[in-house]
Design a protein around this ligand. Structure first.
Ligand code: FAD
Length: 371
């Protein structure tokens, strides 16, 4: 059978696209693993996007109404009345989306690895058996080390980071708050996060090295022997080009549709899935990248902020924390903060003349990076 669309990769984004397209198109989804889940991912997704994208509620493990930001010597808190983000069970998320897609007619090839394109067909292998799957369009949703991207000759100069995350048993009484620690003395690559699953379990992670994560754990007075799960994985911050070649498109981490500030990729990938559906409906993949223009702008902005973060030393970060913990800044953040639109939040802050003037006194290069 020839399919309309073959999706290679059944992570959250591939499954989401399968669900979007199934019923309207004949869909094949090819997933190398024999079951869903297992990827290193904290599973934090902005609540507003979660509702808009109509993601399965059964995957939600906990809700966050606020965040506490810590530097080396100070902290401030942002809080809202309603949940701003959820932490999800990735396996349940992927399985529920797959279930929805299959009910609408999508055909799934689990335990089936995409090996490459041969005569316009996808050559795949399940255990010892090799066979071909043919489709009008192919979508590479096969993650950051995408084989599909390699096959179409996509190139990148992105910054690749190794992420480490542990699930640890401890006491997390404020289970509706995420902690974000910005301390270059511990990790100059990235921030550290603590995301409670409940009052006695949290996902704690960072990008950099496992050693750094363990140092942070000790600082939090948590014990390595209370870890019940360790996960490691990579993200790529930057652009991979092109996203389309002929009848093949890249989606999600395969296209590096990832927020450079937080390394979250689920929402951007899913938003781009909508653009891709539109392009497939029009039978014209060449419009896909243009339709993702907003996401591209978000990524470009995030990369500039990341460059700024890398250029700052901890002393300057402490001074910026002083500004951010002022009532004026907190009011702006609480009013404008958008979990998935970092540009909106940061632009709202730099639009306040007093805040901008203070920040420029600390780091004049702010203008070069942000404005
Ligand atoms: C430590 C860490 C924490 C993170 N935390 C968050 C977070 O809190 N929130 C967030 O939004 N993002 C987070 N991310 C990023 C997030 O994990 C990715 O953006 C997200 O998984 C992208 O989804 P995807 O479906 O595009 O790719 P993936 O989840 O990577 O899925 C790709 C799928 O393709 C399959 N595959 C690969 N190669 C082949 C092949 N040759 N043939 C067939 N199948 C193949 C894989 O088995 C996999 O199932 C985190 C990442 C890391 C490393």
């Amino acid at each position: 059978m020839k399919y309309d669309v073959a999706i290679i990769g059944g992570g959250p984004v591939g499954n989401y696209l399968a669900d979007l397209l199934a019923g309207e198109f004949n869909i094949a989804l090819i997933e190398a693993k024999t079951s869903f889940g297992g990827k290193a991912c904290t599973g934090i997704i902005g609540a507003e996007s979660y509702e808009k994208l109509n993601l399965p509620r059964e995957a939600i493990l906990n809700e966050f109404t606020g965040a506490v930001f810590y530097s080396r010597i100070q902290s401030f808190e942002i809080k809202r009345k309603t949940p701003q983000a959820y932490i999800v069970d990735r396996k349940v998320l992927e399985k529920s989306l797959a279930e929805r897609a299959i009910k609408k007619g999508a055909e799934y090839y689990m335990g089936t690895k995409f090996l490459g394109f041969k005569n316009g067909k996808a050559l795949v292998q399940r255990f010892n058996e090799r066979f071909e799957i043919e489709a009008d369009f192919y979508v590479g949703a096969d993650g950051v080390s995408s084989k599909v991207a390699q096959e179409i000759g996509a190139k990148t100069e992105a910054e690749f980071l190794s992420g480490y995350e542990v699930e640890v048993v401890g006491e997390f009484p404020r289970k509706d708050f995420v902690e974000v620690w910005v301390n270059k003395d511990i990790n100059d690559e990235f921030f550290m996060w603590v995301a409670p699953v409940n009052e006695s379990l949290a996902r704690i992670g960072t990008f950099g090295s496992y050693d750094v994560l363990m140092r942070f754990l000790r600082l939090k007075l948590l014990n390595e022997t209370k870890i019940i799960e360790i996960k490691a994985g990579n993200v790529g911050l930057g652009f991979r080009k092109p996203w389309v070649k002929g009848n093949v498109a890249l989606l999600g981490d395969a296209a590096l549709q990832i927020k450079p500030l937080t390394a979250g990729g689920i929402v951007y990938g899913m938003l781009c899935a909508h653009a891709l559906r539109h392009a497939i409906r029009k039978n014209d993949l060449s419009i896909y990248e243009k339709l993702c223009g907003d996401i591209k702008k978000q990524i470009a902005f995030g990369l500039r902020v990341r460059r700024l973060f890398k250029a700052l030393d901890q002393e300057k970060i402490e001074k910026l924390f002083e500004i951010l913990s002022s009532k004026e800044a907190i009011d702006v953040i609480e009013n404008y903060a958008d979990f998935d639109d970092h540009r909106k939040t940061i632009t709202a802050l730099v639009k306040q003349p007093r805040l901008l003037a203070k920040a420029l006194r600390i780091t004049p290069m702010l203008l070069r990076y942000l404005v």
